[in-house]
Design a protein around this ligand. Structure first.
Ligand code: ADP
Ligand code: MG
Length: 727
């Protein structure tokens, strides 16, 4: 019998690791060479033009249209010198990922003539045919217009022959159709609110930003094996597949040596990332086999997000060259760790003050406690919204599925900071916060260790880690703008409330810093329920969290109700980040994406079970049946019963799984047909969640059981042990 699977595995193993071109040793020789950064601007723009651009980037000043013409001209000359022939507005639709439409610089003039042209207005604004992007009812089809508009705070870059210009994407009537628009607005809102509070410390003139350092987790699988898994190709995850006997139980993959072929991929990736000015810094093996992580040095949130999106597409291209497929799905494999993208988020000033870092003086520590308490209160009041910003069909497999983190958003502070707050509740005065402690290991050769004032808690979804909060519930494929927009917005709104309360105390005669301290104490008291330092996986916590008023809902469609609740509408309106219509449209888009994803999984699994798995199971069953018959022919009725007993059991078990799988697939097909016949072609998201998802799980059990019974040589799909251990 032709053994297709075996051949594919062979070819995957025999692949010789490609030798990556060694880049120049010093990164300074090529870092940022594909970015229209200050170095490039100095060469291609006049000093006056540069000054206007810097004003815009640093202070958020609006750029003059005349200046734009100069910028466009310089940018075009730079890009053409870099070999670019085309330009594109690069934007971030709600479908995830990024989108682009390329136009040539060439401007044919007739009479056989053509010149290269790129004007300010083309840099500023474009009108891509936007009708195929989801808008959640924001755009009627007769008004299928969308505009992209230049975001000067994120630099343009060249990839291949194309100049890419980061842009926002809005509808004809100005509503956001993308992730970047609300993110930029949320950054302005939190910046303004922060400066107002900093005025109590005489620091209102500081330039404030929200910062983000993401940690991107991913799996690499061999491309040949990947291509033979229709479920991976179509849905990004394995819909069936029995556990591998060995997976992560020995904890031997985390931080282990990186396999050579993977290391080649990583080197190539880092090289390309550096050329685009993406400050990647850390690489290591993750917990699950064939799972890895890459993380940069943190940057201003807007830029960090553009860099993350760029990196995700770079990863796909570079993996291809190395014979890998990158899986960015949150849960490609059942039974082992999924992939997240921890978002390390903080507020800080350009002069280097970290507003979420403890300081040296009482005043600095008061500022720290003040921003901490306000963040905790914002998270407590809006934990439902924060969860809705990261939940989707894929991430739902990860959150709350007994792996970090649970689907209840609480915060871990660590002993020192929790202790300081508890102390604050008992006194009217300022409290001390312990700094880094010296810690001797008792080994003479080894110097004293400096231990952070936070310990670690792996199960907390929103953990304080010394100078930032780490939001760990974010999924690996996500655009971080969703959660960062929510974090910025809820903190902005909370700081406005805080300021009003402090002002009132001051008006009533309390000295300024005492007023800040008193209000910080009250804010923490009201937020305290969100602080949880224990085991987030335990059942007791689920019960306790409910009592504390935290949102414990796990159904994705129901969680989305937080997106346009009365509270959310007021919050986003007051901060100027999004209107009610924008929120409602977002919810509609997310529900639609949810339903479509589950529907696709349903169809793929139905096909896989009916056309791949069951025919093979029947063939194997036939082999067993004829063997049993032959035994009977040769050995006669009496002896054969004993000899064939276990085979006859196996035949029965195979039959049971086949018929169970068949009838469940019938049910699945009928449900799919019913939902598809709805007016909008897909029925309510709740039906997909409540009815289709459990059916997928049930079918999988039978298919996985068949995998363990059918001859390995005949099984039509690469197995977990191959997908996870071949690199
Ligand atoms: P971990 O120990 O959590 O795996 P990593 O070093 O992998 O830590 O990633 C931590 C991320 O947090 C990095 O991107 C780092 O630059 C970022 N980070 C550090 N300090 C801050 C800060 N103040 N604000 C935002 N991000 C920060
Ligand atoms: Mg981390």
């Amino acid at each position: 019998m032709q053994n297709f699977r075996f051949i594919a595995v062979e070819s995957a193993i025999s692949k010789v690791p490609s030798k990556a071109e060694p880049p120049a040793k010093e990164t300074s020789a090529y870092y940022g060479c594909n970015v229209f950064d200050r170095r490039a601007m100095r060469k291609y723009l006049s000093e006056e033009t540069r000054r206007s651009i810097y004003e815009t980037v640093e202070r958020g000043a609006t750029l003059d249209r005349n200046v734009a013409n100069h910028v466009a001209e310089g940018m075009k000359r730079w890009a053409m010198d870099m070999g670019a022939t085309h330009y594109t507005h690069w934007f971030q639709p709600l479908t995830g990922g990024t989108a682009e439409k390329h136009d040539s610089f060439a401007d044919p003039r007739g009479h056989g003539e053509s010149i290269e042209k790129f004007e300010g207005k083309l840099l500023f604004q474009q009108e891509p045919d936007a009708s195929s992007f989801p808008s959640g009812g924001l755009r009627n089809t007769f008004e299928a217009r969308g505009y992209t508009a230049w975001d000067p705070s994120s630099p343009a870059f060249v990839i291949g022959d194309t100049l890419c210009i980061p842009t926002v994407f809005v509808s004809y009537t100005g509503e956001a159709l993308d992730y970047k628009t609300p993110l930029l607005k949320s950054d302005s809102a939190v910046t303004k609110a922060t400066k107002d509070v900093l005025s109590y410390f005489g620091q209102e003139n500081e330039v404030v930003h929200s910062y983000l350092g993401w940690e991107q987790e991913y799996f690499l699988v061999d491309k040949d094996l990947y291509m033979q898994r229709p479920d991976l190709v179509m849905t990004g995850r394995t819909l069936v597949g029995h556990d591998s006997a060995k997976n992560q139980q020995l904890d031997d993959h985390y931080f282990a040596a990186i396999p050579p072929r993977v290391l080649d991929f990583m080197r190539d990736l880092e090289y390309e990332a550096y050329k685009l000015g993406i400050p990647v810094k850390t690489r290591h093996n993750e917990v699950a086999p064939n799972q890895f992580e890459i993380a940069p040095v943190y940057e201003q949130a807007n830029l960090a997000i553009d860099h993350n999106l760029l990196l995700m597409s770079l990863m796909q291209n570079i993996a291809e060259k190395h014979g890998f497929e990158v899986l960015l799905h949150e849960k490609p494999f059942a039974g082992i760790n999924g992939s997240g993208k921890h978002c390390n988020w903080s507020l800080g000033t350009e002069s280097g003050i970290g507003l979420m870092s403890p300081g040296k003086t009482d005043e600095e520590n008061l500022r720290f406690l003040c921003f901490m308490a306000n963040t905790l209160k914002a998270v407590y009041d809006n934990n439902d919204l924060l969860k809705a910003a990261v939940l989707n069909a894929d991430n739902a497999h990860r959150l709350g599925a007994s792996e970090a983190p649970p689907a209840i958003i609480s915060s871990f502070l660590g002993q020192q900071v929790s202790g300081a707050f508890e102390e604050l509740l008992k006194t009217k005065d300022m409290v001390k916060i312990a700094g880094k402690k010296g810690y001797s290991l008792g080994i003479p050769q080894v110097p004293e260790l400096l231990v952070d004032n936070t310990d670690r808690n792996r199960t907390s979804p929103f953990a304080f880690t010394g100078n930032r909060f780490e939001y760990r519930a974010v999924g690996s494929s996500a655009n971080c703008s969703g959660p960062i927009t929510v974090l910025n917005t809820i903190l902005a709104a909370q700081l406005v409330k805080f300021k009003a309360a402090v002002d009132k105390r001051i008006k009533d005669g309390t000295p300024v810093l005492q007023a800040v301290l008193d209000e910080t104490r009250e804010t923490y008291k009201a937020a305290k329920n969100v602080v949880f330092d224990g085991n987030g996986y335990s059942d007791e916590w689920k019960a306790e969290a409910k009592k504390r008023g935290l949102d414990c809902e796990t159904s994705v469609p129901l969680c989305y109700n937080a997106l346009d609740s009365k509270k959310a509408v007021k919050l986003f309106k007051d901060t100027g980040v999004m209107s009610q219509v924008e929120l409602e449209s977002r919810k509609e888009v997310f529900l639609e994406i949810y339903s479509k994803k589950i529907a696709i999984e349903g169809r793929v699994l139905s096909d896989l079970t009916t056309n791949h798995v069951i025919p093979v199971a029947i063939s194997y069953q036939n082999i067993l049946l004829s063997n049993v018959k032959n035994l009977k022919d040769i050995y006669g009725d009496k002896d054969f019963r004993k000899m064939a007993a276990s085979q006859m059991d196996l035949i029965k078990c195979i039959s049971e799984d086949i018929s169970a799988a068949e009838s469940l697939v019938d049910e699945l097909d009928a449900l799919d047909a019913k939902l598809r016949s709805a007016a909008d072609g897909m029925g309510p998201a709740k039906e997909y969640h409540d009815k289709m998802v459990p059916l997928l799980e049930e079918i999988r059990k039978h298919v996985d059981s068949l995998e363990m019974m059918v001859d390995d040589q005949m099984w039509p799909l690469p197995k977990y042990r191959e997908l996870l251990f071949i690199h």
